[in-house]
Design a protein around this ligand. Structure first.
Ligand SMILES: Cc1cc2nc3c(=O)[nH]c(=O)nc-3n(C[C@H](O)[C@H](O)[C@H](O)COP(=O)(O)O)c2cc1C
Length: 284
């Protein structure tokens, strides 16, 4: 098997090399080689020839690794790493990112360059190199957290006219959790991300999927109780989503629905939440 793979890879190299040297020649032999190259390229196993997908993930929850949002984000990123992706994770709470001052100098005076020199300067090269961006946030008043919104507004230099048509087209994944039982709570957030990532050909960002976890406060207690398999299935689905994105560039609807699946009846959840507000502890 290994021999076959090595041979396959060599064949690819040979054909790609001869093709790259024969741009101006177009004899029937060259055309034949070009055809073979196209067939081999379409057949190649991903892990043989492709560079790993670069992913930049931002967790906007002030609870960082301890929060509900991290419960979904972590397996998602693990799934991406399983599939060979290179993942960089930042927490907006830990970054010094000032709000955008709105002078548009990044579009007009110094296209592509932000006038403010703070931790966004660390992120700009990472944004430019990434093929996929993951934005994770709890729902805060129907939107993302303030620190994540500041960061998103500061992405403007990346989308200036100066980028022209050379701009890298990036996949975007949204991860969010909320306290409410209903999926409807995510609607405004989804509308915002669908607007940021329009389904047009020239859009620099494309929404690959949204991992939405309603009644998120049921997850932690369930992971430590009798209903563990159900809660674990949510985490497995999040991991699966990561693998799908890194290998297929998309996330299936089935996997997204597993992440959002109902974990308990609305009445039971709301009762448990009321109890918890009266006697708060680390369980939720
Ligand atoms: C300031 C604030 C605003 C919130 N707004 C909403 C809201 O509009 N809808 C909702 O369902 N939950 C809301 N929540 C609850 C969080 O979305 C929920 O607890 C989330 O799972 C927390 O994630 P984390 O543990 O990763 O921070 C809010 C919480 C805070 C602190």
């Amino acid at each position: 098997m290994l021999r076959f793979l090595v041979l396959f890879r060599r064949m690819l190299w040979v054909f790609q090399f001869t093709e790259s040297r024969s741009e101006e020649i177009s004899s029937p032999c060259d055309q034949y080689k070009k055809g073979i190259t196209e067939i081999l390229t379409s057949l190649r196993p991903q892990f043989l020839t492709e560079v790993p997908m670069k992913v930049l993930a931002i967790n906007g929850s002030p609870h960082m690794d301890r929060g509900n949002t991290a419960l979904i984000l972590q397996p998602l990123l693990e799934g991406m790493k399983d599939a060979g992706a290179e993942v960089d994770l930042f927490y907006s709470r830990n970054l010094n990112i000032q709000p955008c001052i709105g002078d548009l100098s990044c579009w007009i005076k110094h296209p592509g360059e932000c006038a403010q020199k703070d931790d966004m300067q660390i992120l700009y090269p990472k944004f430019r190199a990434a093929e996929a961006l993951v934005f994770a946030s709890p729902v805060y008043y129907a939107g993302v957290t303030g620190s994540l919104k500041n960061l998103i507004d500061r992405m403007l230099p990346l989308h200036s006219f100066a980028q022209g048509k050379d701009v890298r087209r990036q996949k975007v994944v949204l991860v969010s959790t909320c306290a409410a039982w209903e999926m409807e709570m995510f609607k405004p957030l989804l509308v915002q991300f669908e607007a940021i990532c329009p389904k047009t050909e020239d859009s620099p960002m494309q929404l690959a999927g949204a991992l939405l976890r309603p009644h998120a406060h049921s997850l932690k207690p369930m992971l430590h109780g009798n209903s563990r398999p159900l809660a674990e299935d949510v985490l497995k689905a999040a991991r699966q989503a990561g693998t799908e994105l890194a290998t297929e560039n998309s996330i299936s609807q089935k996997t997204l629905e597993r992440v959002s699946q109902e974990l308990m009846a609305k009445d039971a959840y709301e009762k448990a939440m009321q109890e918890w507000f009266l006697h708060p502890d680390d369980s939720m």
